[in-house]
Write a protein that binds this ligand. Structure first.
Ligand SMILES: Nc1ncnc2c1ncn2[C@@H]1O[C@H](COP(=O)(O)OP(=O)(O)OP(=O)(O)O)[C@@H](O)[C@H]1O
Ligand SMILES: [Mg+2]
Length: 318
């Protein structure tokens, strides 16, 4: 079946939520459902799309695209840092080591955009970093910057924090923080190199780390469209010079669309048509190819039943 038909068929059978009582204690994030079984965690990436920290719709195949990008990158970066990945029993699922996530999100930026641009424009520092004056929106930064933020409780927004405050508050020990920064920068550089080969710019990204027996482990997701911004390299310079927004692979266009409808994360969510959800699906599938350099092979649904079957071997004894 051609891709258009597959996407269309998927519209009515997207993976919006799961409720596997037999799989362990459930934690529902915005995009992923986690099932916790002691030292193991089962991460199901659903098709939920979150904007402004609110789930606004579902998008066919988004969960598969994201999960597979993360798996691809965990495999590519094992030599830099150990990670939590144990098994991939389904395209939407990762079985991982359950770790205590460190209470900081480690954000690396190579361009001035998003919240960093908004703070800069307002005359604020970026997580305590003072950038040179006269930078423009989407401008390349003189060097990579690490801008941590505190990991918010469910329902709250993450808040930028300076390195100084993060150490003073004892969120992470100084020596460990040095190690985290070095690892994150190395991961990011690898991400940049791969992106470049595929005609993309890795603009910024967020990493989450944990500890196992005192050793640093990369957790959560890596270099996905939910955790990273990617721009198209070929058109960047021209657009930047013309003062135009770069061509983006991330969900910024959807954010802009919502903003144009007057939605900023509060109140009623504007109606997102099936037509638009299909368009977003195409965008995610194209992005997969651009990011990994490989064709995306969608596994059609109904995803819920398929995942349930794939996870039966992980059922906890009653
Ligand atoms: N190996 C791991 N061990 C423990 N927790 C993990 C691991 N990998 C990821 N997580 C956590 O699982 C959750 C994934 O869900 P998701 O990304 O949808 O949530 P979120 O909306 O980003 O976060 P939250 O709902 O916690 O604000 C995150 O809270 C993430 O920190
Ligand atoms: Mg998350």
């Amino acid at each position: 079946m051609d891709l258009e038909k597959l996407i269309q068929a998927e519209i009515s059978q997207v993976l919006s939520s799961t409720d596997f009582k037999w799989l362990g204690e459930k934690y529902e994030g915005k995009v992923r459902d986690s099932y916790i079984q002691g030292d193991t965690r089962i991460l199901v990436t659903t098709d939920r799309l979150s904007c402004f920290d609110v789930v606004v719709t579902t998008v066919p195949f988004k969960g598969q695209v994201l999960n597979k990008i993360a798996v691809n990158w965990f495999e590519k970066t094992r030599d830099i840092v150990p990670n939590h990945l144990l098994d991939v029993p389904d395209p939407n699922v990762m079985v991982v080591k359950n770790v205590e996530i460190l209470p900081v999100e480690v954000i690396i930026r190579s361009y001035l955009t998003g919240s960093a641009w908004r703070d800069y424009q307002a005359g604020k520092t970026i997580s305590g970093i003072k950038l040179p004056e006269g930078l423009r929106n989407s401008e390349k930064l003189p060097e990579l910057i690490v801008t941590p933020s505190t990991k918010a409780e469910k329902g709250e927004h993450d808040m930028p924090i300076s390195e100084e405050d993060l150490l003073a508050k004892g969120l992470v020990e100084r020596k460990l923080w040095q190690e985290i920064k070095a690892v994150a920068l190395e991961l990011f550089k690898k991400g940049q190199n791969e992106a470049q080969k595929n005609g993309l710019i890795l603009v910024d990204t967020k990493y989450e780390f944990g500890l196992i027996d005192g050793k640093l482990v990369l957790a959560d997701e890596i270099h996905t469209l939910d955790s990273s911004r990617y721009w198209v390299a070929a058109s960047y310079r021209e657009r930047f010079e013309a003062g135009e927004a770069p061509e983006m692979l991330d969900k910024e266009p959807i954010r802009q669309w919502l903003l144009s409808k007057g939605y900023k994360g509060e109140g009623e969510i504007p109606e997102i048509t099936d037509q638009y959800r299909m368009e977003i699906a195409r965008h995610y599938i194209d992005s997969y190819r651009l990011i990994t350099g490989e064709e995306f092979k969608p596994v059609p649904g109904p995803a819920l039943e398929r995942i349930e079957r794939a996870l039966k071997p992980y059922a906890v004894a009653a």
